[in-house]
Design a protein around this ligand. Sequence first.
Ligand SMILES: N[C@@H](CCC(=O)N[C@@H](CS)C(=O)NCC(=O)O)C(=O)O
Length: 241
Amino acid sequence: MLELYQFRYSPFCLKIRMALQAKELSCRIIEVVPGVGQFNIFRLSGQRQVPILKDRDNVISGSSEIIEYLEEIKPEPQLIPSNPKEAAQVHLIENWADTTFSNAAKKALLKSATLNKDLRVALLPNEIPSSIKEFLGKLPCEAINEFGSLINYGEDSSLLKSLKNLSNLVHEKEWLVGNSLSVADLAVAAQLSLIKFPTSSGEVISGKGCKGLADDPKLKNLFTWRDQLELYLLQNSSYMM
Ligand SMILES: N[C@@H](CCC(=O)N[C@@H](CS)C(=O)NCC(=O)O)C(=O)O
């Protein structure tokens, strides 16, 4: 049985859960506690980040490497096209989503969380006792608002521009590259979860996200596309444990 070590709200872990769903692979999900739980991740994989995938004696870290491994053990449906031009497009989009988009989305979410008590509390791990959650929720914004001035969602923000470009890309076409689902779709949809959490994140946080982006009418298409992608994958999801 495959085992996925993850953080519940990590977009990189969501990317892997979506790939597992697409391939209809059964998997045991192991929730890692940020901090102490990462000692075990280091012991298993020699580095501290999630996701890691364990398949008997094989331990794979890095979401792109995990998806390449899944392509090997279950080639269908193919998430990396065989056509070299399409494969190049997929890798470029995946790399952009995993780096530039991911960093900008993380900063945008941190900014929103510093300004919004409910979001801040919802993002805390389940393991934190409710009394501490309550205390953290009450901290004055200024005390933790070091990111407050970093992000600007004005017309010229590069994050907003990229999201509008993506919104146009998915307007008439179901898939970002070619005519079928690829890792480009999964990588983009996964990082979008930080901008607006999807239904699969659970009712505590679903629909919450970055004020000024999650509710921007120009990005509505993009979130609808992501929600439809989740529904499409959900059809296969009864195997997650
Ligand atoms: N390039 C890695 C990025 C993974 C990553 O950034 N994981 C974050 C969670 S979203 C993490 O484990 N952070 C904890 C840490 O860096 O200590 C991938 O594609 O899997």
